[in-house]
Design a protein around this ligand. Sequence first.
Ligand code: PMP
Length: 396
Amino acid sequence: MSKILDAFLNENLEALRDQGLYNEIDAVEGANGPIIQVNGKKLINLSSNNYLGLATNEELKQVAKKAIDEYGVGAGAVRTINGTMDLHVKLEEKLAEFKGTEAAISYQSGFNCNMAAISAVMDKNDAILSDQLNHASIIDGCRLSKAKIIAYKHSDMDDLRTKAKEAKESGLYNKIMVITDGVFSMDGDIAKLPEIVEIAKEFDLITYVDDAHGSGVTGKGKGTVKHFGLEKEIDFQIGTLSKAIGVVGGYVAGKKNLIDWLKVRSRPFLFSTAVTPGDVAAITRAVEMIMESTELHDRLWENGDYLKAGLKKLGFEIGASETPITPCIIGDEKLTQQFSKRLVEEGVYAKAIVFPTVPKGTGRVRNMPTAAHTKEMLDDALAIYEKVGRELGVIN
Ligand code: PMP
């Protein structure tokens, strides 16, 4: 290794470790279900995005195995060369139906979908109005586009309107886009899409909603855009296939001309190998399942409401989540880390989220209940919360 790289790595890794900011990653021994095993210990898992429990669904496993038998384990090439299989075409038709749009395009992850889609449409002569709390992949996609990035205060529609007006009236930009998460994953709040659409109409903004945490969860499973009935108003409906859908990948749903453009101008589509056949088949069936029945969706919300009510009754501060995402706000960063560590020792896997991911002094343990949790599991988790909460003086 070059001396300069070696010194850079050692110095910076040591600094991170000294500040307690080096994140040691636990390996899950087996499937990522409602109960997981870490270091030989069984834990109630409240840390996954597997909202509907589909990551371990039996039918989906069979569908994936069958597709592997028929198509093999890899797509063989990038989509434009010969990696597009009839499975990918079927998936994209299904995604368009799911999102109520003319067409859809899939990507290898939600992260690279944002990198792909924003930079395929926006350039250095454009501006992007971006919610201050948007996901890292949106921020990176914006940076890659070289457009001027104008952050607006989180879900503050007055600030968005003021900044949209300034950007429009400056005459500096060819195109202006507004981008927001559909559901914000740290607090579980929902973007104010009707107001955003209104502002977009007033100032001729392109609208872009990343509903990674909304699809399968809000709008009876169909997502946040559907929740507000705005399918015809939002230009880019982005989603991941890795959270409620349970597999891996990302997509854009929108008008046919937008999807045609992304097929010729978005670089991860053009230059990165397609999602594997087993995954694509499982994803397609998962989307169908969400469209066919709200059973899993309903169970998810029931579990979310149950956990929220239980934590609140114990005296925890749970914020103002509008979705099953349930933050338990502890405040002090060190105490939050200690709280999460004690939860793990007692049998609950729920992650501490602290500054800089959330503002200073609002450290929290974030709980992600799923449709796969039973009431007994949630009761056990609540009993552990009570024990650790009293022990650390977070509740009386
Ligand atoms: N967008 C948002 C809003 C997300 O929360 C995430 C996942 N953390 C992503 C995109 C990336 O999705 P994926 O994990 O499928 O790459």
